[in-house]
Design a protein around this ligand. Structure first.
Ligand code: SF4
Ligand code: SF4
Length: 345
């Protein structure tokens, strides 16, 4: 990795340069909640000044840029004695600015599943390869727990990562594309003093985490607590709305829908994001449901996140953003559920 220092007014020039060459998205306030707090989302921007880089967290995760809620996988056209399939996964170059470490780490996890897995997704790959990511650190919210899972910092997965050291950013350059873009603006090599400021900033952010989740031995705890009353306690509260999976940056389960045109001349196959908390997620032909109980569905989501991948020597796929906890109308959040499980064991 290469490290550089950029003054904040020069950084603005760098981002405006990116905007002039790419479809660019950045954090924007979209509305105010009843308690007066701002709600942020990544939206298209036409200049640096439209972004609010001091934002706390976006309500939806970055996942939707790579795994849209609904996407066409292929289109079929039928004629008398033939048929043709069209598949389109080209994506124009785009940039996303101000991405938090947990969201970048979530993409690194999705990369393992959707690019390095047995069945890579060309749709996801096309979007990932054509998206320039500018990461940025931030002070955690009181309920963020990414630090407990080791996702409060990033070492890969974005093009450049910016650490705020006062009137300048300490840049960690992670791609040749970023290095080339930065040639258009004034940057300098970090001094010893800058290195110290960088490390101090990291330590400061680490010290600001108020929520800690004990994930010690969690896969084994889940094995042991398969029949725990904790699942019923939280399952009974669940509304089966699926919101947690929609806002989660690593939930990737989906359903396939096929629509045939009334003329029977064409059809479309689409991927639609789905949630294991929805009542019919495990329903099969004939109406049998493998997970008819709310507690079983809730448990399944936790096993997928914290145990399933550990079996293959991988880490949990939760990055600790607590978006699911914030969005859940029933007040269910990973910290409370995991705390209960750790108390049981
Ligand atoms: S845990 Fe909460 S957000 Fe998720 S399905 Fe249940 S009620 Fe909805
Ligand atoms: S905290 Fe919730 S939303 Fe965030 S990664 Fe973990 S399971 Fe997903």
């Amino acid at each position: 990795m290469i490290y550089k220092i950029i003054k904040k007014d020069e950084f603005k020039k760098f981002i405006n340069g990116l905007i002039s060459e790419n479809e660019t998205f950045g954090p924007k306030e979209v509305e105010r909640r009843q308690d007066g707090k701002a709600v942020y989302q990544f939206k298209e921007v036409n200049s640096f000044d439209e972004m609010d880089l001091d934002y706390t967290v976006t309500y939806s995760s970055l996942k939707n840029f790579f795994l849209p809620f609904r996407e066409e996988l292929s289109r079929f056209n039928f004629s008398d004695d033939d048929w043709k399939q069209d598949v389109e996964y080209r994506v124009n170059p785009r940039a996303i600015v101000g991405v938090r470490p947990c969201d970048i780490n979530a993409l690194n996890i999705l990369d393992k599943i959707l690019i390095e897995g047995t069945y890579p997704s060309p749709y996801y790959l096309a979007r990932r390869k054509n998206t320039f990511l500018v990461g940025m650190d931030h002070e955690p919210l009181p309920d963020c727990f990414c630090e407990s899972l080791g996702h409060d910092t990033v070492h890969r997965g974005c093009n450049v990562f910016c650490t705020d050291i006062g009137d300048r950013y300490y840049l960690t350059i992670m791609s040749s594309k970023a290095f080339k873009f930065l040639k258009n603006v004034n940057v300098s090599d970090p001094t010893k003093d800058d290195d110290v400021k960088f490390i101090e900033r990291r330590k400061y952010i680490k010290s600001k985490f108020e929520t800690k989740v004990d994930v010690t031995g969690l896969p084994s705890v889940l094995d042991i607590e398969f029949k725990s009353p904790v699942w019923k306690k939280w399952g009974d509260k669940c509304l089966n709305c699926g919101t947690c999976a929609m806002v989660c940056p690593t939930c990737y389960c989906y359903g396939i829908e096929e629509t045939i045109d009334v003329s029977l001349k064409s059809s479309r196959k689409e991927r639609v994001q789905y949630s294991c908390n929805l009542v019919d997620f495990a329903e099969v032909a004939g109406g049998h449901n493998f997970r008819p109980l709310k507690e079983d569905r809730l448990k399944y989501r936790y096993y997928h996140h914290y145990r399933g991948f550990a079996q293959n020597g991988e880490d949990p796929i939760c990055v600790g953003c607590n978006r699911c906890g914030r969005a859940c109308l029933a007040g269910i959040n990973p910290k409370d559920v995991i705390d209960d499980l750790q108390m049981e064991s």
